[in-house]
Design a protein around this ligand. Structure first.
Ligand SMILES: [Zn+2]
Length: 502
């Protein structure tokens, strides 16, 4: 057996100012750079990891298949992908397809990639593959934030999506898709798919699968696999994308049974539509939320910290990770025993490194990347303190998300103001893993407060430790105030932008 395996992942925030050149792509979806991996280097990087590619490689090795892995390219969310970057990644995959002789193609994609020229980067890739090779079965694993288009389904054989958010089932999802593909190659099943969408933009802060209603919706998907579906997936979608098909969708794969696939698809879409109000998020004003956090009793022995979420500026949703409104208010408010992760500012990191450990410094941090599509202003913030830590910023994830995968925050420092320990990093990394802190010499469990530039993924590695969570509305390219965004291309009307109960 000969299998083609590849990864192309980007979640595009069309409101983000953060550029997406080829150099932003790397072997990991969770970090930027230093460029994709190819061939053997990609296989070495992903073999044995809890990632989608890790699952495909395990399947290929189990089947004693010959593996061709032309490229593994993932980048943290940012503005639409440069055409040159997309053309490079797509052509690496298509050139391999054109060699021919494959029994199956297994793709680890995201599903919300927008390029300068295409609203559905994945659909365009699959169209090109099918134009070269009309027959070889294709398995695709998509992220729960996929915004589905017809070409993303019609040009694949089997599709499966994540059932968890935080995404701790990237491996399981690719395993499901890959195993189905092997069965299809052997002629044991004849997959057929039905997909559809409903006009709703579930709020990302309301999409976590620990919470109603997505918990129940995803559980239903899992049960459908025991009721005759080969795979059932509900995609909550990525709303920070002004494209026609942004929003919630579903796809069901059955063994040649179109009626069943359509019936189960409709059931998922109907259930989600009924729950649309539960997917709406209500913003609490920053000063009120901060006052509430200040009034909370300090954690008792054995309790973890109070988590303060700077959720408008999550780099894993297109945020610049350098807005300073929330951090500035925390400093002003006098909160004590705080760790803040993190401000992206390579320049300030260099200055702190030059000053050296123990030096007293005053740095102007953040506010460097302008956000033309986001109302409000995020000026740089002056911070004064001691350089506590200088680190390489490299670690392997403890998990459960991307266990074993190398994360690289770039050169990183911690500035201790006396009350707040502020991490400054040189590469966009969302704090979804405890090692973000441990690698910088901070024990978050010893803190009264931990500020995180994150929305939901922090829960993967740090959720269990939180005594309480307070959402802090700041400023950023993944603003939770959708009414501040200008949508021109998304299909209308769409809930909650246009429809009742906004
Ligand atoms: Zn996602």
């Amino acid at each position: 057996m000969r299998l083609l395996i590849a990864m192309m992942k980007h979640e595009t925030n069309t409101f983000s100012p953060v550029p997406t050149p080829l150099a932003r792509f790397g072997p990991s979806f969770g970090k930027s750079g230093p460029g994709p991996l190819y061939g053997e280097a990609a296989i070495r990087a992903f073999r044995g990891t809890g990632s989608g590619l890790g699952a495909y490689l395990d399947i290929a090795e189990r089947e004693k298949a010959e593996i061709v892995l032309p490229i593994a390219a993932g980048a943290p969310p940012s503005r639409p992908v440069d055409d040159a970057a997309f053309e490079h990644i797509a052509s690496q995959i298509c050139d391999a397809v054109a060699q021919g002789g494959f029994d199956g193609i297994m793709l680890d994609l995201h599903g919300a990639m927008v390029t300068e020229s295409f609203e559905d980067g994945e659909g365009e890739l699959l169209r090109r593959i099918r134009a070269l090779d009309a027959k070889t079965p294709i398995a695709v694993a998509y992220d729960m934030h996929a915004n589905l288009y017809e070409a993303m389904i019609a040009n694949a054989t089997v599709v499966s999506g994540y059932r968890t958010y935080p995404h701790v089932d990237t491996y399981d999802t690719a395993k499901r898709a890959g195993d189905l593909l092997i069965r299809a190659i052997r002629g044991e099943v004849r997959p057929m798919m039905a997909w559809g969408n409903v006009p709703m933009l579930p709020h990302v802060m309301r999409q976590g699968t620990g919470d109603h209603p997505n918990r129940e919706l995803q559980e239903r998907c899992a049960v459908m696999a025991r009721e005759g579906a080969l795979a059932a997936s509900l995609f909550t979608g990525f709303p920070h994308a002004d494209i026609a098909n942004a929003g919630l969708s579903a796809v069901v794969v059955t063994d040649g049974d179109r009626d069943l696939a359509e019936r189960l698809r409709d059931e998922l879409l109907d259930r989600a539509w009924v729950e649309r109000e539960a997917f709406v998020y209500k913003v609490e004003p920053l000063t009120e939320a901060l006052a509430r956090a200040r009034a909370m009793p300090a954690p008792a022995a054995g309790e973890g910290p109070i988590v303060l979420l700077d959720h408008y500026d999550n780099c894993a949703s297109g945020g610049t990770m350098d807005t300073t409104i929330v951090l500035g208010e925390i400093l002003k408010s006098g909160l004590d025993n705080v760790a803040a992760f993190a401000v992206y500012d390579p320049e300030a990191v260099s200055q702190a490194i030059a000053a050296g450990i123990g030096a007293q410094v005053t740095l102007s941090v953040g506010g460097k990347l302008k956000m033309p599509q986001i109302p409000g202003d995020s000026p740089p913030l002056d911070i004064s303190g001691t350089v506590k830590t200088i680190a390489s910023g490299r670690f392997r994830n403890k998990g459960p998300m991307g266990r074993g995968v190398l994360t690289d925050m770039g050169p990183s420092v911690v500035i201790d103001t006396g009350k707040v320990e502020i991490a400054l990093i040189s590469s966009h990394v969302e704090p979804s893993d405890l090692n973000c802190f441990y690698s910088l010499g901070i024990d978050p469990l010893q803190k009264r407060y931990v500020m995180l530039k994150s929305r939901v993924h922090w829960r993967a590695g740090l959720g269990a430790m939180a005594k309480a969570v307070v959402d802090l509305a700041g400023i950023g390219a993944c603003t939770s105030d959708y009414s501040s965004l200008t949508f021109n291309k998304v299909r209308r009307p769409i809930y909650p932008l246009d429809l009742p109960n906004r």
